[in-house]
Write a protein that binds this ligand. Structure first.
Ligand SMILES: O=C[C@H](O)COP(=O)(O)O
Length: 253
């Protein structure tokens, strides 16, 4: 059985003070980690302080993006070496907002996934279709291509260790959630693609999250689905109370 992973993505929200207060409060409330992985992906500015504050608690800290090079003249960017040095464990790669506003492509996502592994970070690789793509019936083909290109050149072990987040773009921050059945169907398509590219054994190990308007009211149904192993959560991860409820659902899944 795959261990559920609930990851909050704070995006560009919270001040340093608010971020600290959240982690101080949340870290004592994270349920039994044998049953769920709990991650907060915070703005890069706060990673240092949050890793320190979450130390020796089950809460793990992740980044929201990174550059693919270890170092260099890339003004404003943050490297995998710098993240790993801080003690960051996870990094979101290729979130749809990065693809849409910062020109990230499947090719750059693939480079970043390799760079994350090379530095001991676990990538949360995001895939998902637009509303137009869904309506034209090309969801399966879109996510299969994103998976194939994003994973290109990885070993079986690396694929088994990474996390894939399926986020239909039309469901992000809109209050519209894919039905649990629809989300499960696409997560199943992703797993089947991993099996075709690697092996059934590897596909059975990779954890696939659903993301898009996940909240305490809908998480249980989503986690009850065969191919959904967790959630990547924006809005509902900003308040301790709702984040902890999501973790509890993960722990009981
Ligand atoms: O990374 C998280 C997703 O973009 C989902 O955001 P949301 O839960 O606010 O819809």
């Amino acid at each position: 059985m795959r261990k559920p992973i609930i990851a909050g993505n704070w995006k560009m929200y919270k001040t340093a003070t608010e971020a600290n207060e959240f982690v101080e409060k949340a870290k004592g409330l994270v349920p039994n980690t044998d049953n769920v992985d709990a991650v907060i992906c915070a703005p890069a500015l706060f990673l240092n302080q949050l890793v320190t504050s979450a130390q020796s608690s089950p809460l793990q800290i992740g980044a929201q993006t990174m550059h693919e090079e270890n170092e260099g003249a890339f003004t404003g960017e943050i490297s995998p070496v710098q993240l790993a040095d801080l003690g960051v464990k996870y990094v979101i790669i290729g979130h749809s907002e990065r693809r849409q506003y910062f020109n990230e492509t499947d090719a750059s996502v693939n480079k970043k996934v390799h760079a994350a592994f090379a530095n001991g970070l676990t990538p949360i690789m995001c895939v998902g279709e637009t509303l137009e793509e869904r309506e034209s019936g090309s969801t399966g083909q879109i996510v299969e291509t994103q998976v194939e290109q994003g994973l290109s050149g990885l070993s079986d072990q690396q694929v088994a260790d990474l996390v894939i987040a399926y986020e239909p773009i039309w469901a992000i921050g809109t209050g519209k959630t894919a039905t649990a059945e629809d989300a499960n169907e696409v997560c199943g398509t992703i797993r089947k693609k991993v099996a075709a590219l690697y092996s059934q054994e590897t596909a059975d190990k990779v954890r696939i999250q659903y993301g898009g308007s996940v909240k305490p009211a809908n998480i249980e149904e989503l986690l009850g689905m065969e191919h959904i192993d967790g959630a990547l959560v924006g809005g509902a991860s900003l308040e301790v109370e709702s984040f902890v409820k999501l973790l509890e659902a993960g722990s009981n899944a």
